[in-house]
Design a protein around this ligand. Structure first.
Ligand SMILES: NC(=O)c1ccc[n+]([C@@H]2O[C@H](COP(=O)([O-])OP(=O)(O)OC[C@H]3O[C@@H](n4cnc5c(N)ncnc54)[C@H](O)[C@@H]3O)[C@@H](O)[C@H]2O)c1
Length: 360
């Protein structure tokens, strides 16, 4: 049995991870520690209220005393660290919060874990750090995909702050004997993602009859992984009881941004064609008015320093963890689109908190 502190558990991947973990390891205690920033939605965790093995603490990872108090109170022996500022566009506009949370916040957590777990050079806990493929920088079409030995070359304040946090985790392992692992994952998609990110932004804009902005020519390539598969990969790492190990996690699904948005358009068009009730619920949507969603795509000025291609070589996680994505991209997108269609009450109020970066 483990007592797990999940930082950032009211955010997109954190919440999906909590569901996955509680479903597969119901004996463990999960304590979600989250500052509830603009990107969070406590509603995501509503279904867990009342579960004796779940508890929520509103707290900032920059608050060292509250972290230590929470860890002591719940006898935490595992940290799964998702909490971060995570939107590249925001990192270009307001980088300060990224430096604070992603670097200083991770440092605070590491310091708390070290203070409570390491005695006489022996670590009595495990720290798992969630990171991104963006730390490796950008690839051309001909380059090999990122593997665990690819040098770090971050290009945005977001990826630079995540790179710094990865280095801090490694330093705590080598300097202070903290036990830790890191996963660098490609782009996630699925339920409960804040509607400022590409996929939920495109879905919710289309349902409201609004256009979908695409940066530049839309040919930037990302690898995509369904969020529940990411949760499973993290679980595999934790169950393997490893130390000082990094895995690249990916979906073997490289797509251009334009391909992603076209797949969303196709899914919305087909779901509306199958169920007339959606036309009543979303009367502004293009397909409620005899149009195809793809007519609502438009191109805007590219983001500064926009990386052209990210790609993950997941061979090591396949070989050593037996990890394979369970959903292919087409099925995953259809599932995701359907979730947003059926869960308007989850995202409707969040739309008001989003910033439109395309009009910069
Ligand atoms: N979304 C992706 O595609 C992706 C891909 C690879 C890695 N990651 C990494 O996964 C992690 C989770 O990403 P996400 O997309 O779920 O992010 P998110 O923005 O949806 O959620 C982040 C959560 O962290 C919380 N948080 C932010 N600052 C905090 C602080 N100072 N103290 C406590 N809580 C704080 C927020 O309230 C929010 O609930 C991040 O570390 C991100 O870098 C994301």
């Amino acid at each position: 049995m483990a007592n797990i502190l999940v930082t950032g558990g009211a955010g997109f991947i954190g919440a999906n991870y909590v569901f996955y973990h509680m479903k597969h390891h119901s004996e463990d205690l999960i304590v979600v520690y989250d500052a509830l920033t603009y990107a969070s939605n406590l509603k995501s965790l509503d279904s867990l209220q009342g579960n004796a093995n779940f508890c929520f603490v509103k707290g900032n990872i920059l608050d060292y005393d509250l972290l230590v108090e929470t860890m002591q109170k719940h006898k935490i022996d595992t940290i799964v660290h998702f909490a971060a500022e995570s939107h590249v566009d925001r990192s270009i506009k307001t980088p300060d919060a990224f430096i604070k949370t992603n670097i200083e916040g991770t440092y605070n957590l590491l310091k708390a874990a070290y203070a409570l777990w390491v005695r006489d050079g022996v670590c009595h806990g495990h720290f798992h750090h969630i990171s991104t493929d963006e730390v490796f920088g950008t690839l051309s079409l001909e380059d090999n995909a990122f593997n665990e030995n690819t040098p770090y070359k971050p290009n945005s304040p977001y990826s630079a702050s995540k790179a710094a946090s990865d280095h801090l985790v490694r330093a705590f392992v080598h300097t202070y004997n903290l036990e830790a692992t890191i996963t660098n994952c490609s782009n996630n998609y699925g339920p409960y993602q804040f509607p400022e990110k590409l996929i939920p932004l495109a879905i919710t804009n289309l349902l409201d009859g609004k256009k979908v902005p695409i940066y530049g020519d839309g040919k930037q390539i990302r690898d995509w992984l369904y969020v529940e598969d990411h949760a499973r990969a993290i679980d595999l790492v934790l169950q393997a009881k490893l130390n000082d190990k990094t895995f690249n996690i990916g979906g073997r699904a490289e797509k251009t941004n334009l391909e992603v948005v076209l797949a969303i358009c196709e899914s919305i068009d087909s779901l509306f064609a199958q169920n007339a009730a959606y036309k009543e619920q979303y009367p502004q949507a293009p397909c409620a008015n005899g149009k195809s969603c793809s007519e609502f795509i438009y191109h805007v000025q590219d983001r500064p320093g926009h990386d052209r291609r990210y790609a993950i070589d997941p061979s090591l996680s396949e070989k050593e963890l037996g990890f394979k994505p369970s959903l292919d991209f087409k099925k995953g997108i259809l599932t995701t689109v359907k979730w947003y269609l059926d869960n308007e009450s989850w995202w409707r109020d969040l739309k008001a908190r989003t910033i439109d970066f395309s009009s910069r």
